[in-house]
Design a protein around this ligand. Structure first.
Ligand SMILES: Cc1ncc(COP(=O)(O)O)c(C=O)c1O
Length: 306
């Protein structure tokens, strides 16, 4: 039986490729340290499980395609606590950051169009853009200068009439690069001047181990608010990867209206996990302090070892 060109051309996820090799090695008694996929082993906070236990619905129904109202309210509250002025209509709940990124690419790109991404980048960005038939145009960055962005002129040289967006993870997976205020502003400026979307993927926002560095979100770029799309997820923040809950956040209401069509097509995100995450988001900001210390200690051991 024939399959589509899309199915043939799509590559197996690079982060998953090592899995059968690791399983095989373990079968032979080899101790394997799985560094290929970001699966935290920190216990998921008790609030998550409490959220599940407190569900008293008689029917596990479809949730609203936009996301459970209670969860959206909590997202808005959490962002407001952190100093971001967003409202309910700026939030859509998705099945993890992965679906948020897939819908975003589908909503932005036509076949053959281009997305600029600082390289090295999270390997699944390739799959998300391929879903939309789009192509990644890498913005080269180098370890020698701490993965800093090239100049405005260099970035602009990569823009063609097919370019639709700039996508970057901040802090960056895999480099750990934390983009400076000037760098985020530069990307916002380029996005506005060239009518591009600026997609900030920020699932590691809470994990900055150097106190002299600060995270600048795309949401801080008020002048580019129609261009900005923020991708967020509870997977890493709360060690809740299996919950599969993420968010698209944007003040561009027209864009959100288009993405809602995709959300409606897949009907809803699982209801039980949405209740659990709504309760999880009650966790105070201090939660991250303790977790950050654990990750920092681990980071230091690896870096010193290397
Ligand atoms: C940079 C980045 N973006 C997005 C994701 C997707 O995560 P999830 O779909 O679990 O939210 C990951 C997962 O590792 C990631 O590292």
């Amino acid at each position: 039986m024939k399959v589509s060109k899309r199915a043939i051309q799509m590559e197996y996820s690079a982060v998953r490729k090592l899995l059968p090799l690791a399983t095989e090695a373990e079968r032979r008694g080899v101790k394997v340290y799985r560094l290929n996929i970001g699966q935290p082993n920190i216990p998921t906070p008790e609030l998550f499980f409490e959220g599940i236990r407190n569900i008293d619905n008689k029917v596990i129904s479809y949730a609203d395609s936009k996301g459970l109202a209670l969860l959206i309210d909590r997202v808005v509250e959490t962002y407001k606590r952190d100093g971001y002025n967003i409202e309910k209509e700026n939030v859509l709940v998705t099945q993890g950051g992965s679906e948020a990124l897939t819908f975003t690419m589908l909503g932005i790109c036509n076949e053959g169009e281009e997305v600029l991404i600082p390289e090295p980048f999270y390997s699944n960005y390739k799959s998300f853009t391929e879903f939309a038939g789009a192509k990644i145009v890498p913005i080269p960055t180098k370890i020698e200068n701490d993965f800093a962005l090239p100049s405005k002129e260099e970035i602009q040289k990569l823009i063609t009439d097919k370019t639709r967006a700039i996508l970057f993870s901040n802090p960056c997976n895999p480099t750990g690069k934390i983009y400076t205020e000037e760098e985020v502003k530069l990307l916002a400026e380029i996005a506005v001047e060239n009518d591009l979307y600026l997609v900030g993927d920020e699932p590691y926002r809470e994990f900055i181990y150097d106190d002299t560095k600060k995270h600048y979100s795309v949401l801080d770029m008020e002048k580019a608010k129609d261009n900005v799309i923020l991708i967020d997820s509870v997977s890493k923040h709360y060690s809740a990867c299996g919950a599969r809950i993420g968010f698209i956040i944007s003040k561009n209401i027209d864009f959100m209206g288009y993405i809602l069509k995709f959300c409606q097509a897949r009907l809803a995100v699982p209801m039980v996990e949405q209740y659990a995450v709504a309760n999880l988001l009650k966790a105070p900001k201090e939660y991250f302090k303790e977790i950050k210390e654990i990750y920092k200690r681990r980071r230091d051991i690896i870096v010193n070892g290397l």
